[in-house]
Design a protein around this ligand. Structure first.
Ligand SMILES: [Fe+2]
Length: 299
């Protein structure tokens, strides 16, 4: 069967791709062919896996996903597999996410983990050096890959598991829905180069230079921004970033949504920003996430 694609209840820009249990069943056998280690060590095996995934959905899943991601009017999909049965374990979700990634492009090497993907927990206590794993503060709207040299065209975030969770909803914003896009993307400061570094846990030794706002081949504005990593050189750059941060967080057009366990957000990283609301305090809080970022095949 081909996958069922609907509009998200909160926005037509967000497409929801539901994968039914009867189809997922057909993946169990081809997925068993690969272990997590073989997927990590042998890049070609990830293509084989992705091909199996696409075949279960009549060869249409990859095309649909690529179309959604490249369409400026949409650009984001929530993939919701029906995984209530225990046979769909965490390894299955790693493989499913890997398959989705390799249907649209090549993942970047994730320096935080030294693999093509990263798995990490958000818990009650945290001693890390970035907002990613701080449960009780807002993870402000941002794009990924602001501090790396590789192109980050898209990202996948999969919710592997969670316990004791209240709050922590996903927040996303389409650039064209943001009230101050015109004003801030045309501001000359937004188009000048900023220096972008990153904290130690990211394992990136170098810094990069790029503006916050650029234009794609159709002349549409794109953004590469996160609050923590730009290093403003002067008052003008500092004040611009503050204004940008306040304006993004203050947007009335953010989409706030709770994702079911097992589901993945697949987003274009040039015109969608993503973030997370704070969790309600709970000593037993635990959420495990998987992320993959990469470039499109046609790039
Ligand atoms: Fe992110």
């Amino acid at each position: 069967m081909s996958a069922e694609i609907k509009d998200h209840k909160n926005s037509k820009r967000v497409k929801v791709i539901r994968l039914q249990e009867s189809d997922l069943d057909k993946l169990i056998f081809p997925f068993k062919k690969h272990t997590i280690t073989s997927l990590e060590y042998k890049p070609f095996s990830r293509f084989t896996l992705a091909k199996s995934l696409d075949e279960v959905f009549e060869g249409k899943l990859g095309k649909s996903l690529a179309k959604i991601l490249n369409d400026r009017d949409t650009g984001v999909a929530v993939v919701e597999p029906e995984i209530n049965n225990k046979k769909f374990d965490k390894d299955f979700l790693v493989k499913l996410s890997t398959g989705l990634a390799y249907l649209v492009g090549n993942p970047n090497f994730d320096s935080m983990t030294g693999k093509y993907y990263a798995r990490f927990y958000v818990k009650h206590q945290d001693s890390s050096d970035s907002y990613l794993r701080k449960a009780y503060t807002n993870l402000d709207l941002h794009t990924d890959g602001t501090y790396v040299k590789e192109k980050t065209d898209w990202l996948i975030m999969t919710k592997m598991e969670e316990q004791g969770v209240s709050g922590g909803e996903s927040v996303i914003l389409h650039l064209d829905d943001w009230e101050h896009l015109d004003e801030l993307s045309k501001d000359p400061v937004g188009q000048e180069n900023f220096t972008w570094g990153s904290p130690k846990s990211k394992n990136i030794e170098y810094k990069v230079e790029h503006p916050v706002f650029s234009k794609d081949q159709n002349g549409e504005a794109t953004i590469s921004y996160i609050d923590q990593f730009p290093e403003p050189k002067n008052m003008k750059q500092g004040l611009f970033l503050q204004k940008l941060s306040d304006s993004l967080e203050g947007s009335q057009n953010k989409i706030v949504t709770s994702l079911p366990v097992g589901s993945a957000i697949v987003a274009n990283n040039y015109f969608w920003l993503h973030g997370r609301k704070p969790f309600k305090e709970n000593k037993k809080l635990s959420r495990e996430l998987l992320r993959i970022r990469g470039s499109f095949f046609n790039n």
